[in-house]
Design a binder for this molecule. Structure first.
Ligand code: UDP
Ligand code: MG
Length: 334
């Protein structure tokens, strides 16, 4: 078996401070893997400059001239981490057998890439890098991130716990990923939907090598909300549930108010008022939830996700001609 061509895709947004070190470390990984005959000599690193405002692209170009395995892709404007990553993956899949995605800041363990490739060579199509410890993250980041994973799982979104965007995907997986025409891209939710044989590799998450996080709280919250609303209708169901509860309460309130009216304890006019308030409130929420259900369906349709992914085929080849078949059947079993 010939060795696979690997491409490491690295999205970069204003990463001039870390880039030289990243290139150094990833370059060492690539060279070692080539030396140990685990990957092909034509394996490369693809840096995707996500509309940086600093020297990121200049650096990429400069390293490209001196290091043949450094390649780059420059986006016209800042498209966001997920979109930049997708741009890199789709470019790389044309000439790679497998692609590893990793952040530029060296928080993920570059040495795990070797294990990814070993797993790929064993036949796994997707290898998820999973953080073993978050000791170096701030307590706040750790709590919010963990809460996020819990919430997602509770809302029925299939994501891998403590896995971000450090993973290996085979060319076939990327071909399938291309069939997801999503606009609100949330890769770590989509990749498990594809299926295929997958495994996990554990590593320790480190501190950012240099520079600042490009995910301030505001972006992080938007990302989390995107993830939930793109994959789950639970929030809509919640509205419907509230409607039901309020409706039930309105019936109890009705009984209470009518009894009050009959025994003459109510101020005149109160009964009809309070009945309408509860009843209308309940009906409105129910109706909202119902409309929400339909909007949820429309939303799913608009996304046009592929309905299935084919893993293997065992069909008669369509273009088998007579010449390819043996002239006489050797044995015919009935
Ligand atoms: N990034 C990007 N475009 C953006 C924001 C971030 O390409 O608009 C890249 C960034 O350069 C880094 C990766 O996405 O390689 C993850 O960002 P960061 O490390 O700042 O996020 P954190 O680890 O703090 O969640
Ligand atoms: Mg980071």
């Amino acid at each position: 078996m010939s060795t696979p061509v690997l491409t490491i895709v690295v999205p970069c947004y204003n990463e001039e401070e870390v880039l030289p070190e990243t290139i150094l470390q990833l370059g060492a990984v690539i060279r070692e893997l080539i030396q140990d005959k685990l990957i092909s000599k034509s394996s490369t690193i693809l840096f995707v400059d996500d509309g940086s405002k600093d020297q990121t692209w200049t650096l990429i170009e400069r390293f490209h001239l001196s290091h043949p395995y450094v390649t780059g892709l420059k986006l016209a404007k800042n498209a966001g981490h997920q979109n930049a990553l997708l741009a890199g993956l789709m470019k790389a899949k044309a000439y790679s057998d497998c692609v590893v995605s990793i952040d530029a800041d060296l928080q993920d363990d570059v040495l795990a890439i070797r294990e990814f490739v070993v797993k790929y060579n064993e036949g796994y199509e997707i290898v998820y890098g999973v953080r073993q410890s978050r000791g170096t993250d701030t307590a706040f980041k750790r709590a919010t991130a963990q809460g996020f994973y819990k919430l997602m799982t509770n809302m029925g979104v299939r994501i891998i716990y403590n896995h971000a965007d450090f993973r290996l995907m085979s060319k076939r997986t990327l071909d399938e990923l291309e069939r997801f025409p999503e606009v609100n891209l949330f890769l770590r939710g989509i990749v498990p939907l594809i299926g295929f044989r997958s495994t996990q590799v554990f590593y320790d998450r480190k501190e950012r090598f240099a520079g600042e996080s490009k995910y301030p709280l505001k972006k992080m919250l938007a990302f989390a909300l995107d993830g939930i609303t793109s994959f789950s209708v639970t929030p809509i169901r919640f509205v419907t549930l509230m409607g039901f509860i309020l409706f039930a309460i309105s019936i109890v309130a009705a009984v209470y108010a009518i009894i009050g009216k009959l025994v003459g304890a109510n101020v005149s006019g109160w009964t009809s008022l309070i009945l309408s308030v509860w009843f209308i409130g309940g009906v409105q929420l129910l109706a909202l939830g119902l409309i929400g259900e339909y909007i949820g369906k429309i939303y799913k349709e608009v996304k046009q996700r592929p309905l299935y992914v084919i893993e293997k085929e065992a069909l008669a080849t369509a273009n088998v001609t007579k010449e390819h078949l043996p002239a006489e059947p050797v044995s015919v079993r009935r």
